[in-house]
Design a protein around this ligand. Structure first.
Ligand code: SF4
Length: 453
């Protein structure tokens, strides 16, 4: 029998797992294999996606102009107020700076931008070129902070430094420099929400739930965030961590430094949203919070059930492949797809950990392929062989689905539809149903094995 991995790079073998056939522990958390054309972004991108939804801060990329392409256009985090985060500023380092250094240019750029935009804080992202020429970004930030009086935070995210996850870590380190700057007392019945970036306004849906439960939100990290809120984040009683890949570092640091406990949560799908809200309510052991939570969940479920049932009738029996950033989202999606009667035949992540893959193995059906840090060739092969009807992913996966002639649902950066919470589940079901049942697929025949051989 030919192995499902035949034709792939040998070094990738332990990052490809078929449930029911393989028994090994998956390898993950490692730099991408050379020649594999990873779908992963660089360390700098990891830090950028976490920090730039802070809407009243200045975000300055210290590097070549191409790095600045990771901007609002790629991930449309919404703001209920200031829009400064939507501007992509870059020091545009060129040959002269490569030879003589870029610190002077960085300093000038910071003074000009701070004067012009009056931000509440500034983040300076160190990219590959800044790291290679050895600019002392920290020293420049320190000097500018002293002169301007606003927090100027270096983000040590040189692209070559490691994986996208190292970028998350750099972003969390940067946030820790701001958290605690406000000297305010602890807020009773309060939470921070970590790891939601307010794509298509999702944090507003989540905030609404917590307010209905009777809990206060001190800071959202970092969707629609304000610098002042972040400075007070240490006054919350509980951290709710949604994107485990990006924000678990911060939750752990806040627990260590401020003693704030955290719980993992996902607001994708009905079951996980309900669980996240119940877990938060359980933590506070407060009768009224628990009652509000029960009412909220039963009302919301009653409201959406007819819609979900109707979409389920249109989708059942289909097969889906998914490739997402973190494993928490992958697990929630598998459960949400099951509610729609759709089987997951491929589940991959960019930043999953060993524990995440063990949990995915338990959750998936036999025959499901799990992929860590995958590439287009591997995904194409499994999508074709396992006969997926739908691919769920982000900006880099969309063209792959369309080239293969199957439906696509964006669950990542670019989308304009909120998929969080109970109402998000209805939006998700509608998108999936419209895409898999679209008549367009009659005119875009599915590709076969010739596509990847
Ligand atoms: S930081 Fe490096 S790897 Fe990342 S976009 Fe810039 S040059 Fe490319």
């Amino acid at each position: 029998m030919t192995s499902i991995k035949s034709g792939f790079l040998k070094e990738r073998t332990l990052q490809i797992f078929e449930k029911g056939i393989d028994t090994f522990e998956m390898t993950c958390d490692r730099v991408s294999t050379a020649g594999s054309i990873s779908q992963r972004a660089c360390t700098f991108c990891g830090s950028r996606v976490v920090l730039y939804p802070i809407v009243d801060a200045l975000h300055l990329v210290h590097g070549a102009i191409g790095c600045a392409a990771y901007t609002w256009d790629i991930r449309g985090s919404m703001s209920s107020g200031p829009q400064l985060h939507r501007s992509s500023f870059c020091t545009d380092l060129r040959e002269k700076e490569v030879i003589y250094g870029g610190e002077k240019k960085l300093k000038n750029a910071l003074y000009i931008l701070i004067e012009e935009h009056q931000p509440k804080a500034a983040f300076v992202y160190s990219t590959c070129i800044a790291g290679i020429i050895g600019d002392d970004v920290g020293a420049v930030c320190k000097e500018v902070q002293k002169k301007t009086g606003i927090a100027v935070i270096p983000v040590h995210s040189e692209g070559f430094k490691g994986t996208k996850k190292d970028g998350y870590r750099a972003a969390c380190d940067a946030l820790m420099r701001i958290i605690g700057m406000n000297d305010t007392p602890q807020v009773p019945l309060s939470v921070n929400i970590l790891g939601d970036f307010n794509i298509a306004g999702e944090i507003w849906v989540i905030k609404k739930y917590f307010e209905q439960m009777g809990l206060k939100i001190v800071a959202t990290l970092t969707g629609d965030a304000r610098v002042e809120q972040i400075k007070s984040a240490h006054t919350a009683q509980l951290n709710i961590v949604q994107c485990s890949g990006s924000m678990r570092f911060l939750a752990k640091q806040m627990k260590e430094k401020y003693g704030i406990p955290f719980i993992n949560a996902s607001f994708s799908g009905i079951n996980d949203t309900a669980k996240a809200l119940y877990d938060a309510a359980d933590f506070f052991c407060n009768k009224s919070v628990m009652e509000n939570t029960r009412n909220l969940i039963s009302n919301e479920i009653a409201l959406i059930t007819p819609f979900i049932n109707s979409y389920r009738n249109k989708c059942k029996g289909k097969k889906a492949a998914l490739y997402v950033g973190g494993a928490f989202k992958a697990m929630s999606l598998i459960k949400a797809l099951r509610i729609l009667g759709i089987q997951t035949i491929l589940a991959g992540t960019q930043t999953g950990s060993k524990e995440d893959y063990e949990a995915l193995k338990t959750l998936c059906d036999d025959g499901t392929v799990l992929l860590d840090d995958s590439n287009p060739i591997e995904m194409s092969k499994f999508i074709i062989e396992k006969k997926a009807d739908l691919f769920i992913g982000g900006v880099k996966e969309r063209p792959l689905a369309y080239k293969l002639g199957i439906a696509f649902c964006d669950h990542n950066h670019e989308r304009k539809t909120g998929l969080a919470g109970f109402e998000g589940m209805v939006n998700f079901a509608r998108e999936v149903s419209l895409s898999v049942n679209s008549p367009v697929w009659k005119f875009a025949p599915r590709r076969g094995r010739e596509y990847y051989v």
